[in-house]
Write a protein that binds this ligand. Structure first.
Ligand SMILES: [Zn+2]
Length: 245
């Protein structure tokens, strides 16, 4: 099964661009189907209240749970005092299975990591190129899987992405997704140094085309086993660890 680990969905209220306004799924779903992608992780878009955003994503998942899995988004600063309550609701009532944090909101910190650890949720963290402190996540929360979006930088920060390759090579609980990574040499380096078990295919849909993003994975010419890991096996392994008891 091919699983897309990085797709946005729902409505935001910021209206500075699609990333905080709307992420409609119809065209994405068609493009993904044509590319052979059969399951996708849905993440809320930027917005002023992630409690609402998480409920909206949960509603999309409920409508087609065979097609979608949802992650909860938290704002590390604004939601600091309610992170545990939000994640408890997300896991127990909404059926969400991971946490998304974006550095553009605020850098990740211990409360978020503790909440992830409580339920063994994978954390998809976009560090926005600010990668200097990421090794601490391996030190303080080695049992939590952290996946760095865009190999650490949607803005093609080459030095940051190379640091992320070092990190995912060195630390068992650190991973990266491939969404929107443009410099192909870096994807090759990540695969060869960190290995196929440390990369997760993601598209950053609906804004990027999932078929184009998946073609990059095939262009790496991975072995069949390596392709299966990157294109879904690794994600399923992380999702299976989630503990809702
Ligand atoms: Zn994204």
């Amino acid at each position: 099964m091919i699983l897309d680990f990085h797709v946005h969905a729902g409505q935001g209220d910021g209206m500075t661009g699609p990333w905080d306004t709307t992420a409609p799924l119809a065209a994405y779903a068609r493009r993904a189907r044509e590319a052979g992608i059969s399951h996708s992780i849905l993440l809320p878009v930027f917005q002023s209240d992630y409690v609402q955003g998480n409920r909206d994503v949960a509603a999309l998942v409920r409508a087609d749970p065979g097609r979608w899995t949802g992650f909860a988004m938290v704002h590390a600063v604004r939601d600091r005092d309610r992170v545990h309550a939000m994640i408890e609701e997300a896991v127990l009532r909404l059926g969400l299975r991971g946490i998304k944090v974006h550095h553009h909101d605020a850098p990740i910190h211990r409360q978020v990591c503790d909440a992830a650890q409580r339920w063994q949720l994978p954390v998809l963290y976009d560090p926005g190129g600010d990668v200097g402190a990421l090794s601490l996540l391996a030190q303080t929360h080695p049992s939590v899987a952290f996946v760095f979006a865009h190999l650490g930088s949607f803005a093609d920060d080459w030095a940051a992405q190379r640091r992320v390759i070092d990190l995912i090579e060195r630390h068992p609980n650190l991973f990266a997704d491939t969404a929107g990574v443009r410099r192909f040499d870096l994807l090759e380096e990540a695969l060869h140094r960190a290995g196929p078990h440390k990369l997760l295919f993601g598209s950053d849909g609906p804004w990027l085309h999932p078929g184009l993003e998946l073609a990059k994975i095939r262009a790496l010419r991975p072995s069949a086993d390596a392709f299966a890991s990157i294109a879904g096996g690794n994600a399923l392994r992380l999702l299976r660890r989630v503990s809702v008891a």
